[in-house]
Design a protein around this ligand. Structure first.
Ligand SMILES: [Fe+2]
Ligand SMILES: [Fe+2]
Length: 285
């Protein structure tokens, strides 16, 4: 009788499949033809810029990972080195090229500065039991990031189709958005698997640290918080409780044992509301 596959064997299989089915997008496959560059820039230019930056900053995210997890499981290395980074960097290059063709500047990226909080967690992670806490935080961040990407690309896609910019929708947004759910699935499987193995004190610490450190994807300073608020406004989700709830769904379920339809953790609601008001305050100033 075949033995049931272990959770980690399933993960390895998932990563292998992602690598096989989703090679990095070739820049040559993209049709950058835009009917009305001025209008596309006006409507979505800043969204493209934000997304290009976040995607390109994958190179800093890899440095952050190396800092955070001194001794990562093999499957994590396999995922970020062979699948995730090569895919994300192409997303960034394509979006950045598109915004330049719309007459904008390249995204301003930070590819090397690893923050103090991560360095501290990384130092503590030399203790094996603490590394699992850091790893859990990494999976939670990954889940929220990738879920945000899936939702944002879906809305962006519909908006670009509506504008009649079929080439961009079909050869830029569709191929990119097709690759994000696999990333989300990797983090979700990893998070569920690890959470089940953590001791009560580790779970307690994850909840604490997560409550202090949550921020929306791509936000590392007040300026970027306002940028994120602008993106939310353009995508029409500034007041959308469901948007935030979807991003937080599995985190809510795992960490706070709240079932479907129950409230999103306060620190997540506050973080998104903070972005919306930062954008409004900046616009008013
Ligand atoms: Fe991406
Ligand atoms: Fe992704």
């Amino acid at each position: 009788m075949a033995r049931p596959r272990s959770a980690s064997a399933r993960l390895v299989e998932h990563v292998q499949k992602l690598g096989e089915q989703h090679p990095p997008i070739d820049l040559a496959s993209v049709d950058f033809a835009v009917k009305d560059p001025r209008l596309l820039n006006e409507r979505f230019g800043h969204v493209l810029d934000f997304m290009a930056r976040v995607e390109l900053e994958v190179d800093r995210n890899v440095l952050e990972l190396l800092t955070l997890l001194p001794d990562p499981p093999e499957v994590d290395v396999f995922f970020y080195r062979d699948v995730w980074q090569p895919q994300e960097i192409q997303h960034g290059r394509i979006l950045d090229e598109l915004q330049v063709r719309l007459g904008r500047d390249n995204a301003v990226t930070d590819l090397e500065n690893v923050g103090f909080k991560l360095k501290l967690l990384g130092a503590l992670s030399h203790l094996g039991a603490f590394q699992d806490v850091s790893r859990m935080l990494y999976y939670l961040t990954g889940m929220a990031t990738e879920r945000s990407a899936v939702l944002a690309y879906n809305i962006l896609h519909d908006g670009i189709v509506e504008m009649g910019e079929g080439a961009i929708a079909e050869t830029v947004i569709v191929p990119i958005k097709r690759q994000e759910p696999g990333h989300y699935a990797f983090y979700q499987l990893s998070a569920r698997h690890l959470w089940a193995e953590l001791a009560p004190w580790q779970k307690w610490l994850v909840r604490k640290l997560r409550s202090f450190s949550f921020s929306p994807v791509g936000v590392n300073n007040p300026e970027q918080l306002a940028d994120f608020g602008d993106v939310m406004a353009t995508l029409g989700v500034s007041e959308d409780v469901q948007f935030v709830a979807q991003i937080a769904r599995v985190e809510t379920e795992l960490l706070w044992a709240r079932g479907h339809g129950l409230p999103v953790p306060d620190y997540i609601v506050q973080a998104f509301a903070g972005a919306v008001s930062a954008a409004r305050e900046r616009a008013a100033a």
